[in-house]
Every structure is written in C-alpha cells, then in structure tokens.
Design a protein around this ligand. Structure first.
Ligand code: GDP
Length: 305
C-alpha cells in the first residue's frame, strides 16, 4: 500500500520536468498538425485546362507533352470521354522555349497539370464544372507520382482552335468554335461576378492557341483573333435578340448576366474581358508537321503561371 501511495504522490507532485514536457506537448502538437495538413493541401498541383472543339488538336498536344516537345511524329488520336492529364513544369524565371526548359525535373520550376477535356458538346459539362470548382476529380492522370487533381486550382486555360478549318471558310467550324469560346468566357465573367461578392480571386489567363499553322490553309493568329471576335459579336447579338423576343424586357438584357463583355458596345473584342479580370491572348503554333511548333505557347505559359 505504501509503495502504491508513493508512486501516486510522485506522479502527481509538481515537477519541473513534467511541467515543461506538458507545455511542450500543448504548444507543439497544434503547430505540427497545422504543418502536416497545410503541406498535404498544397501538394495539389495547379492545373491548366485544355479546351476547344473536337479535332482542334488537344489530344495531340497532350500526347506531345507526354512524349517530349521535340517529338514531331503524329500523335495517336483518341476520343476521350473523361479528362486526362499530364504533369509538366515551367521555369519560375519566365521564358521557356524547349523541352529542357519545361522538364519536370527542373528544381526551380512551377509544376502544373495539363488537363485535357472532351471537346464534344455533350461532354463539355466536365470542363465547365472544373472551371466553376464543382469538379468531381475524375481526371485520369498519366503522369507518374503527381498529386491527385481534385483540389487542383485552374490557373490558366488553353483554348485550342483549328486555324486551318477556320481558314477553309467553314462557317460551321467558325460558328461552333466561337460559340464554345463565348460560353467559356461567359462562364468566367459570371464566375468573376459571383466571386466579387464572395471576395475570392477569379482572375484567369486564356490562351487561344491557333493550331495547325503548318498547313497553308491556316489563318494567321491575328486573323483567327479578328474572326473569333466578329463571330462572338454576332452570337452576342443573336442571343440578346432571342432574349428580347422571348419576352424579357430591355432591362433584363441590359443588366442580365448573359451579355459577354462591355454592354452597349456594338463590337466584341477580347480586351473587353479585362473588366472581368480575364486576359485573352491569341498565339499561333502547331503541334505537328513543319510549322512554328509549340514554343510560343510554352513561353506564354511560363509567363502566366
Ligand atoms: P482533339 O479532338 O482536339 O483532341 O484533336 P486531336 O488531337 O485528336 O487532333 C485532331 C486531328 O488533327 C488529328 O488527326 C491530328 O493528327 C491533327 N492535328 C493536330 N494538331 C495538328 C497540327 O498542328 N498540324 C496538323 N497538320 N495536324 C494536326
């Protein structure tokens, strides 16, 4: 009995060592837990979303990135039903022009996921939910060891355009491409409106990648820009007319969220998106063939990431 009492007394007696250990545990455990949790959260790489109509060259670009940007042989085309992604990196210092510069092994590099999305109109919901942050994280990752992308924040968008199809005077192609781009930009504009209320950041850089410039029928980047702006001007007008005819008042159209860019301006230009903190650049390039290659797109990415 005596022995038991002695042990209990020793345990309960205020000793300096016990107090110091107790204090250390109380102070350090929350700090250590915070460090562990924040490091797991930041391991989700930012992503660059690859959008654009079917046939514009998204899969070809992704395959090129997987193989290395110097590979010029034709890439295998696949019709994807879900998003797939590849982990890449750009140097922190900016300019990048070849594979060595965007190699994921670089120490001072910004790593990101390039996420391909299905271009088919019926499957575009995946891309839109990713942009609005409602994605369910179904991207199939082809990169080894990268973090899952459920928590990935979309930092930029590459919108691929088949500049050769626009150049062939295919009105359908221009209309379909511009319509898709219009909807993406409108979604970003609405997202900016709602995030202003919630004070969360919503700025976005969009690269309209005028692809297939190796083909002589392709429009140069400046003409791709002008054609898309003109077509979006037309789409904007048609849609607001549709709204008015459906019984919505002029005020509804004026204040409505469905008008892209500066309201009241006859002509849409990509610069009007700056009000919604959306910066749009149109840059030419080619994934395959004997063209300018993808270097300028990488330079753009290095600057924006
Ligand atoms: P996606 O539907 O957007 O994924 O388009 P794909 O990557 O499947 O490409 C559609 C077609 O365009 C394929 O036959 C590619 O080989 C071809 N293609 C892609 N990029 C280029 C390019 O830069 N130049 C040429 N000439 N063809 C390309």
């Amino acid at each position: 009995m005596d022995l038991l009492r002695q042990i209990a007394e020793a345990g309960l007696a205020p000793s300096h060592a016990a107090i110091i250990i107790g204090l250390l545990v109380v102070l350090l455990v929350p700090v250590i837990l915070h460090l562990i949790l924040s490091s797991t959260r930041s391991s989700a790489l930012p992503s660059v979303l690859l959008l654009g109509p079917s046939g514009s060259g998204k899969t070809a670009l992704l395959t090129l990135c997987e193989r290395g940007l110097s590979a010029k042989e034709p890439a295998q085309t696949r019709t994807s039903l879900i998003a797939s992604s590849v982990a890449l990196s750009v140097p922190e210092t900016g300019k990048s022009s070849n594979r060595e510069h965007v190699d994921a092994s670089e120490s001072r590099a910004i790593k990101f996921l390039l996420v391909d999305t299905p271009g088919h109109p019926k499957l575009r919901g995946q891309a839109f939910s990713r942009l609005s942050g409602k994605d369910t994280g179904k991207a199939r990752s082809s990169a080894s060891g990268n973090a899952g992308d459920e928590n990935s924040k979309v930092k930029a968008i590459i919108f691929m355009v088949d500049a050769a199809a626009l150049g062939e005077g295919g009105d359908n192609t221009l209309a379909a491409t511009a319509e898709y781009l219009h909807d993406v930009l409108l979604m970003l504009q609405k997202r900016h409106g709602s995030s202003r209320a919630s004070r969360s950041g919503s700025s976005m850089s969009v690269l309209v990648a005028a692809n297939k410039l190796d083909l002589f029928t392709a429009l140069p980047a400046a003409l791709v820009r002008a054609s898309l702006e003109a077509e979006i001007t037309r789409i904007r007008k048609t849609r607001s007319k549709g709204l008015l005819e459906s019984g919505a008042g002029a005020d509804d159209v004026g204040n409505g969220d469905d008008w892209l860019g500066e309201f009241g301006n006859e002509k849409f230009t990509f610069n009007q998106m700056l009000d919604a903190e959306v910066e749009v650049d149109v840059v030419g390039g080619s994934v395959m063939g004997d063209g300018p290659g993808a270097d300028d797109w990488w330079t753009w990415l290095a600057e924006k990431m």
